[in-house]
Design a protein. Structure first.
Length: 408
């Protein structure tokens, strides 16, 4: 079957679903396609931290400002896709006190409400913190359940007329006279789509989609492990207050805590090693600030792949801590009706979608404002309804597998 659409969005993670929702709310006819269930790539395989931005200061203050603003928006619009927890950046005896002070000052500079706790106060907040915790910085981190978030965005897009197609892998693009004129979807769909515009939101697989259109988008993906362990009642997110490194985040769920993570380059986001040393290092490092992690029973382990943009990573030459995003308008590369959105993080998916939708609407001559910062997601206050969306779009990922379906 041959179908026509204003915009084909390739990739059904948070950014792709967010783009589909934003465009549909502006009256644009959208088709969203993903090769598997929605959120099956990076979005559904994260540690589920809704960043306050504190992780990115002082090195990346603009990224931190974006995180802080989007954190506040998602708390308003996402309901039961977000869990309010707060967060602590924990300084151990061996950690640099000057780094702590720089982070505190930088958080205040970007407008973040923070509070310094001494070691006693920090252990009052989290009794199982390590004995050598000297102080902690309280920040407005939270937890996000990505399966619910992605599915709710897709559901809202569909309510506005979008066509949502999981299990519809992109098999090819045809470019004629500098335009994508045809996209071939396989899997459960097996259709031809004739789009006016194409949004490549395929995460770590952006380069593969771009290659189908004769475009070169060089990605530098890295893998990271998450380990979910039995632990009942951890309150805030825990972050080690040091330069980002392996095993420096503990994210609370109801009866589990998710430990993360590592950062190891991969050449193929579908075929990479899952190394035991990553699990062992993550547990050991997290246990340095949160000792119960060392002996807690492991419930499940998974890896995610970060969609890092190679030119940015090469310029920085570091661990890949910068998680700003890039909107690549391929009109400059000879394909006038295609854009790729790369980089970024789960916390800023809505901002990435808004920026991308702004460009698409400009190219299509659509004059309509973005509504996604003010409009609540469907089912936001009804966990069971959110979980029905997850099931409908086959969107269950490992990050929140202990929560989704439990109706809480």
């Amino acid at each position: 079957m041959t179908l026509s659409t204003d915009v084909l969005v390739v990739g059904g993670g948070a950014t792709g679903a967010g783009v589909a929702r934003d465009l549909a709310l502006r009256g644009v006819d959208v088709t969203l396609a993903d090769r598997d269930g929605l959120g099956s790539g990076t979005s559904g395989r994260s540690h589920g931290l809704l960043h306050s931005g504190a992780r990115y200061v002082p090195a990346e203050p603009e990224d931190a400002r974006d995180c802080l603003a989007e954190n506040r928006i998602l708390r308003r619009i996402a309901g039961a896709a977000v869990r309010e927890t707060g967060g602590l950046f924990v300084q151990l005896e061996s950690d640099d006190p000057e780094y702590f002070e720089r982070k505190r000052a930088a958080c205040e500079d970007v407008g973040m409400d923070v509070e310094v706790l001494d070691g006693y106060e920090a252990r009052e907040a989290v009794p199982d913190l390590a004995a050598d915790v000297e102080r902690a910085l309280r920040v407005p981190d939270a937890v996000i359940y990505p399966s619910r978030l992605v599915a709710a965005n897709a559901a809202d897009a569909r309510e506005q007329g979008a066509d949502i197609r999981p299990h519809a892998p992109l098999e090819g693009l045809t470019v004629e006279d500098g335009r994508v004129v045809e996209a071939r979807l396989g899997g459960a769909v097996d259709d031809i789509v004739e789009p006016e515009y194409v949004v490549n939101a395929a995460g770590a697989w952006v380069g593969r989609v771009a290659d189908m259109a004769g475009l070169d988008v060089e990605m530098r993906p890295t893998r990271g492990v998450m380990v979910s362990v039995e632990y009942d009642g951890l309150g805030p997110v825990l972050n080690r207050c040091r330069a980002p490194d392996d095993g420096d985040i503990v994210v609370p769920h109801d009866t589990e805590a998710v430990l993360g993570t590592t950062s190891v380059p991969v050449s193929d986001p579908d075929d990479y090693e899952r190394a035991d040393w990553e699990v062992e290092t993550t547990i050991e490092e997290c246990a340095a600030m949160f000792p119960p992690a060392a002996d807690a029973a492991v419930r499940r382990t998974w890896w995610g792949v970060r969609p890092l943009y190679a030119p940015d990573e090469d310029e920085r030459g570091g661990r890949g801590i910068s998680r700003g995003f890039f909107r690549l308008d391929h009109a400059a590369d000879g394909v006038e009706n295609c854009v790729s959105v790369v980089g970024g993080k789960l916390t800023t998916y809505r901002l990435m979608a808004e920026s991308t939708a702004d460009l698409v609407c400009d190219r299509l001559g659509v004059e309509a404002d973005c509504e996604t910062a003010e409009r609540s997601l469907p089912g936001a206050d009804d966990p069971e309804r959110l979980d029905e969306f997850v099931a409908e779009f086959d969107g269950q990922g490992p990050t929140d597998a202990d929560v989704v379906g439990a109706g809480r």
